[in-house]
Design a protein around this ligand. Structure first.
Ligand code: ARG
Ligand code: ZN
Length: 883
């Protein structure tokens, strides 16, 4: 049976597919059931007659039997909510087809045929934003993972590669610009309509198909590749947005150059188009030669985008561009292999951003995302290996595990091989599998062969879920330091028994007196347990371990606060220094929440943290970007993650209390830093960015200890700001404090930017994420704001994701936060299932939350589960979360 779709309803009644989802009717698709598709689709011709509410699609497929697959007398063409208005075989109308669920199954007499299919779709009614849809007057597509089947019937699976020729025609007036994959080969016009023909010479799976038609303008440039190919580059946007595209274009050029230099990858078409779309489910999409982006990751200027937004644009432009090799030239055999392209491409974009800016700061940011999002996923009901074994809805597997942990797993191979040998491995991979739909195993084998590494055991990282816990003890006797390492991989849903995995740990032993070490070592923990000894230490050294976060694991060790203060002040690995600061604060917060510390103990801990922070504030060797990282408190989710069962209310309260204590103790140094950075002129260089970062961080500490002073500083910062970073930072602080300035600046911000959707998203997010005690009421009021709409995913996320990530508000004791998210899920699900399903995981954390709240979270999930009708996306996530 095809892996792409097992028949969901054997009686073939298409109405059934829309009916209430019952878990028993939701087929589970399993990795081990993979079979090659019985047919080869050498050519795909598509003819689009474009209209906002009616688009006619004629498709012609040239097919022949696949000698490498089981023989079949039928061909299954996937569909999703579409009907065929005509079906032909070799030019003749045929009746020998049936609908099987949403799929069209056609009986074929011979070994080679030409299939013709016509469908009619209504892009304006497509609120799911999958397939062909309308977004502010233009038409665009999103086909990954299974959107192409909403356009026409097709073997919509990534291992069916075909060469596409596309003709598109539509109103000259409405759609002056007509774009598709590959190269434009002909254009013409007839009366009010015009047309364009596009040909993509590179065979591709249907998920990489894209089309755009609309009234757009481009910033254009050109790039000459290392082989001398001149590539035309365009960034297409709506007219008013053109002056916010410079950073995107520069990021694209830098990406192209970097991929040549670092991975030896050259672009392979004469044209590269990027289109910005305001209604988009995800960040961006790597369609061949025609990347489609969420406007959030294209548009940037200092007035409306923060430094974080600038970094986001550069990173995502890089990511999608790098997919041209890791994703498009080599694609995935099936969706279980998603990490093959996503894990690798995330690693590539991380390395790129590190090279463009500060390597250690980028590393810390990436680890923060991993620990804040992926670790909780890995320890909850939705845990899955980076190469999952089964799914019901593939959209639910575009996760931090597949993406970010996937990148970490490949990064470990790079760490073990070293950069040069790793490059040999990736060269071999690109060479060996160019033009193929490959597997994670193909990748590992290429690295193994090319880099000369034995990855036999390492492959377990692909099949086992859960964050490994590494126990560390260091003993000292005579002149010998003895390091004992142990590992356990926790049980996860469906995986109770785990095998040990190779864990590369970079470490250094510091001499207490001199504050230096003798060199970094790489120790690979291959078994459950290992011992390593180090000689020549007359005194017990201080251990710095998992430097650069060389493995995505949790370190469990007995370390004194004194040693952590030492590392926070002296470690020469910036990541390890950051880690020591985090551990110092996390350790204290966990103790403060669980142990009922007495006042003396609490004071002593706070004093140590303040001492380390003071040295960070005053260390003139540090650049401000790094200083900012060292000043950041661990997030509430991360603290909760350290406990088996957490009380979010208590964590929030203790965390805020620590912030206040630090603000008070460090008042002098914080105000000095603020004064030093306050009037730094705007620029995008690292120094100025760093200054903006520490400025608002200092402000946040001041807000916790001296709110009146903070209101005054923030209001001034807001008024004087000549850039969005400063203005947003000031508004964020004000939004958490009751004052007349709060209302005034929130109103001013809205009025100033009401015509800029991306900035109004920030306005919603700032309020929904604020520390203000009445944030819940604000969210309820914003729900009814005329600018709020459930139709636009960015707007939905700006209000509700910010809210779900606001620990105090979301975890309100009476469960109102949970009810708000449940209500949203029920209301949004029929409109946009993919975006809806992303709101389930915050509720799915209930097993790790104290029992009163856990019960309320469960009730919210049960209320969703009881809905008469749910999308497959949401149903799967709710069912797994209830477990
Ligand atoms: N391949 C895209 C990227 O990561 C993500 C597209 C995911 N789309 C989806 N509907 N799940 O670059
Ligand atoms: Zn990607």
């Amino acid at each position: 049976m095809d892996i792409a779709r097992t028949p969901s309803n054997p009686d073939g009644n298409p109405e059934m597919a829309d009916a209430a989802v019952d878990p028993k009717n939701l087929p589970e698709i399993r990795r081990e059931d993979y079979r090659p598709f019985p047919w080869i689709v050498s050519e795909t011709r598509l003819d689009f007659d474009l209209g906002i509410d009616c688009t006619r699609v004629r498709s012609t497929l040239t097919i022949a039997r696949n000698a490498k697959a089981d023989r079949s007398s039928t061909i299954r063409l996937n569909g999703d909510g579409i009907e065929a208005t005509s079906v032909t075989v070799d030019g003749e109308p045929t009746q020998s087809w049936v609908m099987d669920g949403d799929d069209l199954v056609l009986t074929l007499p011979g070994d080679a045929h030409e299939i013709g299919i016509e469908t009619e779709i209504d892009p304006s009614a497509n609120s799911q934003l999958m397939g062909l849809y309308a977004s502010s007057g233009m038409l665009c597509t999103q086909c990954e993972a299974e959107g192409f089947r909403r356009i026409t019937f097709f073997p919509d699976r990534p291992d069916v590669l075909s060469t596409y020729s596309v003709r598109m025609s539509g109103s000259k007036d409405r759609f002056p610009v007509l774009l598709c994959n590959g190269n434009r080969v002909a254009t013409g016009e007839e009366g009010d309509t015009h047309w364009a023909e596009w040909h993509d010479p590179w065979p591709k799976p249907s998920y990489l198909f894209a089309l755009v038609a609309g009234d757009l303008v481009a910033r254009s440039a050109s790039f000459t590749t290392m082989g001398g190919r001149e590539v035309e580059l365009n960034v297409w946007v709506r007219e008013g947005d053109l002056d916010r595209t410079e950073h995107a274009m520069e990021s694209l050029k830098r990406s192209m150059k970097w991929d040549e230099e670092v991975f030896g990858r050259e672009y392979d078409l004469d044209l590269f188009n990027i289109v910005a779309v305001s209604d988009f489910n995800m960040g961006a999409m790597e369609n061949k030669g025609l990347n489609i982006f969420n406007t959030k990751y294209v548009l940037a200027d200092p007035e409306t985008a923060t430094d974080g937004d600038y970094d986001g644009v550069e990173g995502v432009i890089g990511h999608e561009y790098f997919h041209n090799w890791s994703g498009n030239r080599i694609t995935c055999r099936d969706w279980f292999q998603l990490s093959l392209k996503e894990g690798f491409t995330v690693l590539r974009d991380q390395l790129f951003s590190a090279d463009m800016g500060s390597e250690p700061v980028k590393r810390i940011e990436d680890v923060r995302i991993l620990r804040g999002v992926q670790f909780p996923e890995d320890s909850g009901p939705l845990a899955h290996p980076i190469r999952p074994d089964s799914y019901r809805e593939i959209s639910n597997f575009y996760t931090a595990t597949v993406y970010n942990k996937g990148a970490e797993v490949i990064r470990m191979m790079r760490t073990m091989a070293g950069e040069e040998r790793f490059r040999k491995g990736t060269d071999l991979y690109f060479d060996r599998h160019d033009g193929e739909a490959a597997t994670c195993e193909d990748f590992v084998k290429s690295i193994e062969d090319g880099a000369a590494l034995d990855l036999t055991r390492f492959r377990r990282w692909y099949s086992q879920a859960g964050t490994p816990r590494v126990g560390v003890t260091l003993e000292h006797e005579g002149e010998t330091a003895r390091l004992t390492l142990t590992q356990t991989v926790p049980a996860t849903p469906g995986q109770s028994e785990k095998q040990p995995m190779p864990i590369p740990l970079k470490l250094a032993l510091f001499d207490r007196a001199s504050g230096t070490h003798r060199g970094e070592e790489l120790v690979i923990l291959n078994e459950d347990r290992a011992e390593v000894t180090f000689d020549g230490f007359t005194e017990k050294p201080i251990l710095s371990i998992n430097r650069t976060f060389s493995a995505p694991v949790t370190i469990e060790r007995d370390v004194s606060r004194e040693e952590l203060v030492f590392l926070a002040e002296k470690d020469d690995d910036p990541f390890a220094r950051y880690e020591a600061m985090q551990e110092l604060m996390t350790g204290h917060l966990v103790a403060d929440v669980t142990d009922d510390l007495d006042d003396d103990e609490r004071e002593a801990a706070r004093e140590d943290i303040a001492r380390a922070m003071r040295s960070v504030l005053e260390d003139d060797q540090l650049d401000d970007l790094m200083r900012g990282e060292l000043l950041m408190m661990p997030g509430a989710t991360y603290v909760a993650e350290q406990m088996l069962v957490a009380d979010p209310g208590r964590i929030h309260a203790r965390r805020e209390a620590l912030k206040t204590a630090l603000g008070t103790r460090l008042a002098g140094s914080l105000q000095e830093v603020y004064a030093r950075t306050e009037n730094m002129p705007f620029s995008l260089d690292a120094g100025a960015k760093g200054a903006r970062k520490v400025k608002t961080l200092a402000l946040a500490y001041i807000a916790a200890s001296d709110p009146a002073k903070a209101v005054e500083l923030a209001a001034r910062q807001y008024d004087r700001a000549d850039n969005m970073t400063d203005r947003q930072g000031a508004l964020m602080v004000l939004a958490g404090l009751d004052s007349a300035e709060r209302t005034g600046k929130l109103l001013d911000f809205y009025n100033r930017y009401q015509n800029n959707a991306l900035v109004i998203d920030k306005w919603f997010a700032i309020q929904a994420g604020s520390l203000h005690p009445r944030a819940i009421e604000h969210v309820k009021a914003l729900r009814d704001h005329p600018d709020f709409t459930l139709k636009n995913p960015n707007r939905v996320r700006s209000l509700y994701m910010a809210f779900a990530a606001n620990p105090a508000a979301f975890h309100a004791e009476d469960g109102e936060g949970y009810a708000i998210i449940a209500d949203l899920i029920l209301e949004l699900d029929p409109i946009n299932a993919q975006t809806t399903a992303r709101f389930v995981p915050p509720l799915g954390r209930w097993r790790r939350i104290e029992e009163k709240r856990a019960k309320l979270m469960r009730e919210a999930l049960e209320r969703i589960a009881a809905a008469p009708k749910l999308s497959r996306d949401t149903f799967e996530q709710v069912a797994r979360s209830l477990g």
